[in-house]
Design a protein around this ligand. Sequence first.
Ligand code: BTN
Length: 243
Amino acid sequence: GTQIHYEESVGSTQKIAHHLANEDAPEGTVIIAEEQLSGRGRMDRKWHSPKYTGVWMSVILRPNIPPPKAPQLTLITAVAVVQAIEELTGLSPQIKWPNDILINGKKVTGILTELQADADRIISIIIGIGINVNQQIEDYPDEIKNIATSLSIESGKKLQRAELVKLLLHKFENLYLLYLEKGFYPIKLLWESCAISIGKTITARTITGSIHGKALGITEDGVLMIEDEAGKVHHVYSADIEL
Ligand code: BTN
């Protein structure tokens, strides 16, 4: 049973989701807004969320998994977004670990996964999804013009955001149920089939420093493995990736 909270204008759907999660909102609760006045991205960045142009939503999940496996949910979400975009537009988006979805090398979707957890138990996972849908290139602020795109720019069409949301929730539910039943392995295969960085030489900028080397793939927990020039394999939990 999905509960959908629809709002015209909010600060951040992510913030509302945290609040609802603290008030025992059930798994599957969705918060979606036409506009966010202070949309948030990873690493304290802003997420530009202008009115009526994109899909700005957060989903509350309560999986019974240990906290270190939480990154898997980001990857499940990324696969669901790719499938929904493919079905709506015929475009073939690619995933840049962990959570960026690109079309023609430019970012069309960001995913922000936040955890409320005890030492050994997840209380809730809040997954924020921002999809640029009907923006035109002139709508973007200068500093992101070269790195951001929208489904409309890439497909040359105006798209139905409600249709995209419907597809996305449907794809997500199927993948999430598959994951709960069969574990992460089938998702890992789907994820790897649309990932761009695997097998390539990349630089991962983490808060403690940079790691340069070949992206080998992801572990069963959804953690990125990078082999540096000395042959040492690093496990990267959170970083910005440069190709
Ligand atoms: C990123 O790429 O840095 C993640 C961006 C996540 C944006 C979404 S939009 C809906 C939800 N509410 C927010 O404030 N952020 C996420």
